[in-house]
Design a protein around this ligand. Structure first.
Ligand code: SF4
Ligand code: SF4
Length: 427
């Protein structure tokens, strides 16, 4: 496998938004919907689920999913399971989806309050896999964990998205408390936080080292953070976790405070909604709320041909139903007016080299895309650095032929991973 220099020379200077402290305390509350839909991991097969329609559930209740193993879901409302169905998501992956008719008023389940309120790694693993902000405690807290450093992200990974920045600016007290819980429930010896420069003084109140990150895209992607802060390069095919560094969003840290101090597992997600004029607004919605309910509450009209994107403009993914729910990892939802959509195309690459100049990982994108277009995923990995890609989306952004390069790359990585898994012994 080839390894090329990590930083390209021609990365466009796209800036993350920095929110004003005066407007940071405004958040819109989205009403509780009549029905929530909770998406499960695509690794779980719907036929193996032990949940069934008609089951009654309470808010914050831990719902065991399978006869064997520890897989579970946290119900985000009180009500009755209406349906278990399948949702086809990005790259054609099938997600089991549990829909719950909400009774209207929350009755809180008390298992966590009675048995899980001691902050330790075991309770993090047992109760926090569906927490707002989507922390991965399997990686951060398990006995096998090799994570020795945790970086709290007080910025968001995509442009126009301000969710974690909002949390740092409005929840500094709970963030500080959450960091103390984080120390108890993980095995890391070092924790620090990254924020935009204007939040550095505020973040210093948390008591952990603060790194001010120049808010220029893609400086908040994990591999770039590691390179800029510690000078460590993540080698192709490896993750930051492989190198002992774990990441967690500021929102997830605040969720720890809410859970341990109140005895309730948080079920509301903060997200940035970017409207058709590209104006972001911060909202709080129950996890599982269909995006159409979010739009309705914000008086955002949708019309045929508009595009709904989960995530930000650089790396977000289009969804094809307004029933798509807010999930623990939904930091942003964007709606694009049909008149403003720049559609991808099946144009041929004209070898202009813009993508190569823009790529911060030094990937020969112009060559890579040729193989990916033809489904040659293993060759793409072995000959043209597919696995060095850090998933920033800049190649798509600059492509004058409007080739959806980023999505070819994501598909290529996914298919390459499937081939490698199938080749593993006993796979
Ligand atoms: S998404 Fe494109 S520009 Fe970004 S690292 Fe991957 S190949 Fe390079
Ligand atoms: S920017 Fe687009 S057209 Fe230009 S070399 Fe890259 S893939 Fe080809």
């Amino acid at each position: 496998m080839i390894k090329r220099p990590f930083f390209g020379l021609g990365t466009p200077r796209l800036k993350y938004p920095v929110i004003d402290i005066d407007i940071a305390d405004t958040i819109r509350e989205i009403p509780l919907p009549q029905k929530v839909t909770l998406l499960l991991s695509p690794d779980i097969r719907i036929e193996d689920l032990i949940l069934k329609a008609g089951d009654s559930v309470k808010t914050g209740q831990k719902l065991k999913l399978l006869d064997d193993g520890n897989a579970y879901l946290i119900s985000t409302v009180t009500g009755t399971i209406a349906e278990i169905s399948e949702y086809t998501g990005y790259l054609g992956r099938i997600y089991p989806a549990v829909s719950i008719d909400a009774a209207g008023e929350d009755q809180w389940d008390d298992e966590f309050n009675e048995t899980g309120k001691t902050p330790n790694p075991e309770n993090a693993l047992a109760f926090f896999n569906y927490l707002p902000g989507n922390p991965d405690f399997t990686t951060l807290s398990s006995v096998q964990s090799a994570i020795n450093t945790i970086i709290i992200n007080g910025l968001d990974s995509d442009l126009l998205v301000t969710t974690n920045q909002f949390v740092v600016k409005t929840e500094t007290g709970r963030l500080t408390e959450g960091i103390e819980y984080l120390k108890k429930i993980t095995r890391a010896s070092r924790i620090f936080i990254i924020v935009p420069p204007d939040s550095a003084a505020l973040a210093e109140k948390t008591g952990v080292p603060v790194y001010a990150v120049n808010p220029v895209y893609p400086n908040t992607l994990p591999q770039i953070i590691m390179k800029n802060i510690s000078g460590t390069e993540v080698l192709p095919g490896n993750s930051c976790e492989d190198m002992g560094v774990g990441f967690i969003n500021a929102e997830a840290v605040v969720s720890l405070t809410m859970a341990f101090s109140e005895g309730k597992i948080p079920v509301d997600k903060i997200l940035t909604v970017i409207n058709k004029d590209y104006v972001p607004e911060t909202v709080r919605a129950r996890i599982g709320t269909p995006v159409k309910d979010v739009f309705k509450a914000l008086d955002i009209d949708t019309a045929h041909g508009d595009q709904i994107i989960f995530g930000g403009p650089m790396t977000g993914t289009a969804v094809y139903s307004e029933d798509m729910p807010v999930s623990p990892n939904t930091d942003a939802v964007m709606i694009q007016d049909s008149a403003r959509i720049t559609l991808g195309s099946d144009n041929q690459c004209i070898n202009c080299g813009e993508c190569v100049r823009a790529c911060p990982a030094g990937v020969p994108v112009n060559m890579l895309v040729r193989l990916l277009e033809n489904g040659l995923y293993e060759e793409a990995a072995e000959q043209y650095d597919l696995l060095s890609c850090i998933e920033c989306g800049l190649c798509s952004y600059v492509c004058i032929a409007r080739i959806p390069v980023f999505h070819y790359i994501m598909l290529g990585k996914y298919e390459f991973g499937r081939v490698k898994s199938a080749e593993e012994p006993n796979a």
